[in-house]
Design a binder for this molecule. Sequence first.
Ligand SMILES: Nc1ncnc2c1ncn2[C@@H]1O[C@H](COP(=O)(O)OP(=O)(O)OP(=O)(O)O)[C@@H](O)[C@H]1O
Ligand SMILES: [Mg+2]
Length: 256
Amino acid sequence: MIDLRHVSKTFRKKEELVDAVRDISLTIAQKEIVAVIGPSGCGKSTLLNMIAGLYTPSSGSIAYKGAQVSDVNTDVGYMTQKDNLLPWRTVRDNIAFPLELAGVAKSERAERADQVIKHVGLDGFAHRYPHELSGGMRKRACLARMLLYGAETALLDEPFAALDAQLKLAMHDLLLKLATETGQTVVLVTHDLMEAVTLADRVVVCTRRPAMVALEQRIELKRPRDVLNVRFTNAFKELYDTLWERLRVEYHEERV
Ligand SMILES: Nc1ncnc2c1ncn2[C@@H]1O[C@H](COP(=O)(O)OP(=O)(O)OP(=O)(O)O)[C@@H](O)[C@H]1O
Ligand SMILES: [Mg+2]
């Protein structure tokens, strides 16, 4: 589905060069859920921006279903790290915005938006404006918008970062159910190793900046997964420990 070949990205700020991503090669299969984890500032969002076609790699290439990504890729739904709800639109109108662009009639838009609003637990907030929501509610509104857009591939940048443990579990469950139902391919950036192992078919650990692939680990835990209880299995613990061993090196080296 997505094929990254020797992808690097260097930003130039006046005289200063910032290497964000270095020589990442990664192939993501259709319907696969891949979690990307790594220290803050290592280049994870940059990587998603390149897959979405918002940034061009400085070298290397990215193909989506065999075609070179050279412009914004509308086959992917992208939930960015910073929420980008439109302040002058209500929650419902924000969530339904992609349908509006697609020319879906108003009553159908409202109906479908309200359904997904319920899924993310925002019932009662459909007519509120983004500034009236908490950080976690805004995140869920962005998630709802992306889910409703229904793209064949979802790029999620720390989608559950602002949520409490209970809500996180509910959203994990929702994401897995919908991804299975729709056969969506998912690339998820997270700082939460528990979340990565719970959700993914494969976890990619990145080095501190510039991001390189430090470790790729298949997560062969059977599906459907019980997002609460899967973490108490021995298989989960082993995978978690293997990944943490590698990840802590990156966190540790960052501080020295
Ligand atoms: N548009 C840009 N122009 C210049 N530098 C940038 C740009 N975007 C990112 N960078 C730099 O690239 C590096 C990687 O940033 P990026 O946002 O990809 O990190 P990240 O892994 O997503 O971090 P976090 O976990 O904190 O979200 C940082 O040093 C950042 O300053
Ligand atoms: Mg980021």
